[in-house]
Design a protein around this ligand. Structure first.
Ligand SMILES: Nc1ncnc2c1ncn2[C@@H]1O[C@H](COP(=O)(O)OP(=O)(O)OP(=O)(O)O)[C@@H](O)[C@H]1O
Length: 591
């Protein structure tokens, strides 16, 4: 479907407003053209006096005729201004409303897309769509839509007057119109792919800028400023080139169209003059025709600007609507899962998974009784985090099933499933706001006492109290004013406050010192009672008290048992333990 059709389809709720705005634009154009007709009538009155049109209509006195024409002109101008105000109000209001709706809708849709989809795209490009491309819609509706309607209306109205006055001249004046329209269409077809390329490249520039601003500390540390400037220059050059290609065509439209207009105008001027000299055309009609030819043809030069604006906007609208039409794959099932009813028994049944083609998990089978703590250890890249991501349904498994209380998680309502899981990821997202806002994220409306209790359990209370405004300290975008260990403890406090029946901790304490970790362990020991807990860690001291420890190697569980059982087995866990502690048992000295 064409972008404009897609937009019309999309703007269902605003169709009445669009029709009204169109009507106002058309009426404004009608009242804009009428004064020219009155000029003809005035010339007619002055030249032909009593025999003039108005005289024949029952107004013999020329002065009275002129007075009437004056009154009509005033009324027409008032109406023209009134409708100009109305269409401007309506179109601009529509631009704001549609833009607002589209932005919210696009953002909400994006929020529901799978994680894999995000990982394949650049954040900057996505931002360009959600922001710049949606703003293009405003530009088009603010001016372009009205211009298109008015060019169409004026051609129609003026053409009508021409045919009423002198059909021969009408034909002459109208001959260039099909050429002009074909020209505009010709240019438009050439502009469309060029503007699509411009928007695509704008997204790339945005992507790189976004990436670099996020990584500014690394750029500085590796003194890569010049290198990055060159890379931005290359992207920006490509953007400039893409625009050049579009400009070369868009700049040619006006001159070409003007030539066609000139032909029509000269024909009316000369041929109409001859007819008037021969007495076949009245002087009044001739003057109207000459004025109207200008009126008919000159607005068509505006087609150049309109074509350009239109194509630019349509390229953007295509991108926005394309985003909106991206299907959400993991939409979740229908079975509700009231949090209070969750027991927390988990079962991984022959689960296999690959990101793309490379297998990451292979035939993982594991049953976790409700309330148990199961730890996952293993080399980096062995698939531990992936297990957690599959449980949260960030990705879809290819083979096997994951069951919660005996029900396949694909059948469960996705929001309910995620409500039932407290998750601390390796790179928890802290939001711009205060410490308290961040802890209460997801448990919106939690009391201050509950927030403080969660912070205490995560060993965060003390450092929070030392911050300038305590719990009300703003922590900056992504919590960048905090240390890594402080950020982790806030993320942990957040999960603790959520108080979910299942807890997934992925390296939740990897960045805190040993002493703090021991204290957190102590709080967690109380926390995990009655909750199913999945614990992922490299530091074995973190996992040694788990009911069961699974060792993953290249996506397979190669060992499982309690700490003591695994030590006695003398396999890879025991080797890892020796490596980390430097001894066979006793208190660990973590790496
Ligand atoms: N989004 C992704 N797309 C493609 N491959 C991925 C993606 N995420 C992870 N991988 C790959 O999957 C494998 C398993 O990753 P995973 O994060 O599960 O490992 P992990 O055991 O948690 O590692 P670590 O201990 O380093 O956190 C890795 O080889 C990784 O490169």
């Amino acid at each position: 479907m064409h972008a404009l059709q897609r937009l019309w389809h999309h703007a269902r709720a605003y169709r009445r407003d669009i029709r009204l705005a169109t009507l106002y634009s058309a009426l404004n154009k009608l009242f804009d053209i009428l004064p020219e007709v009155l000029i003809g009538v005035a010339v007619d009155s002055v030249v032909n006096r009593g025999d003039a049109l108005l005289g024949r209509l029952g107004l013999p006195d020329v002065k009275h005729q002129l007075l009437l024409l004056g009154a009509l002109t005033i009324a027409i101008w008032v109406c023209e201004s009134l409708f100009e105000y109305l269409y401007s109000l309506k179109w601009r209001g529509l631009a704001q409303a549609l833009q607002h709706d589209l932005r919210l809708e696009a953002y909400d849709h994006v929020q529901h897309l799978d994680l894999g989809w995000f990982e394949e795209r650049s954040t900057g490009n996505l931002l360009a769509i959600l922001n710049d491309d949606i703003n293009q819609l405003e530009r088009f509706l603010n001016g372009g839509a009205n211009q298109i309607i008015q060019v169409f209306c004026s051609s129609l109205l003026v053409g009508l007057v021409f045919f009423v006055l002198t059909p021969q001249i009408a034909v002459l004046a109208l001959v260039p119109v099909p050429f002009i329209l074909y020209g505009a269409f010709f240019f438009q077809r050439r502009l469309a792919p060029r503007y699509a390329a411009v928007r695509e490249q704008a997204g790339r520039v945005n992507g790189r800028l976004n990436n670099n601003i996020l990584g500014v500390a690394t750029i500085k540390a590796f003194t890569a400023e010049d290198y990055e400037l060159d890379r931005i220059r290359a992207e920006s050059d490509a953007y400039r080139e893409a625009n050049h290609a579009a400009i070369a065509w868009s700049a040619a439209i006006t001159p070409v169209i003007r030539m066609a207009i000139m032909a029509g105008f000269v024909a009316t001027l000369v041929y109409g003059g001859w007819l008037t000299l021969d007495g076949e055309l009245a002087v009044g009609a001739y003057s109207v025709l000459v004025f109207l030819t200008q009126r008919l043809l000159w607005p068509l030069t505006g087609l150049a600007e309109i074509t350009d604006l239109y194509q630019r906007s349509m390229a953007s609208i295509d991108r926005v609507l394309g985003l909106l039409e991206t299907p959400v794959r993991s939409a979740g099932g229908r079975t509700p899962l009231p949090r209070a009813a969750v027991r927390g028994e988990l079962e991984f049944d022959d689960v296999s998974f690959a990101y793309g083609t490379q297998p990451v998990l292979e035939h993982v089978t594991l049953r976790i009784p409700a309330g148990h703590t199961v730890a996952f250890v293993g080399n980096t890249g062995s698939g531990k985090t992936t297990l957690a991501r599959l449980l949260l349904r960030f990705f879809e498994i290819e083979r096997g099933a994951i069951r919660l209380d005996g029900r396949d998680i694909r059948e469960l309502d996705l929001r309910d499933l995620r409500h039932a899981i407290g998750f601390v990821s390796q790179d928890s997202f802290l939001t711009e706001g205060t410490v308290a806002d961040n802890i209460a994220y997801g448990s919106f409306g939690a009391s201050r006492a509950a927030i403080v209790a969660a912070a205490q359990a995560a060993e965060a209370h003390e450092f929070i109290e030392r911050l300038p405004q305590g719990y009300d300290t703003a922590i900056g975008e992504r919590g960048q004013k905090l240390s890594g260990g402080q950020r982790q403890r806030l993320a942990l406090a957040r999960a603790i406050l959520k108080d979910a029946p299942i807890l997934v901790l992925d390296e939740a304490t990897s960045a805190v010192d040993n002493e703090t970790e021991a204290a957190i362990q102590h709080s967690l020991e109380q926390m995990v009672v009655g909750r199913t807990t999945l614990l992922i860690a490299h530091r074995l001291s973190t996992v040694r008290h788990a009911d069961r420890i699974c060792v993953l190697e290249r996506g397979r569980i190669v060992e499982a048992g309690t700490h003591e059982q695994l030590l006695a087995r003398g396999g890879s866990y025991a080797a890892l333990w020796r490596l980390q502690t430097g001894e066979r048992g006793g208190a660990p000295q973590p790496a």
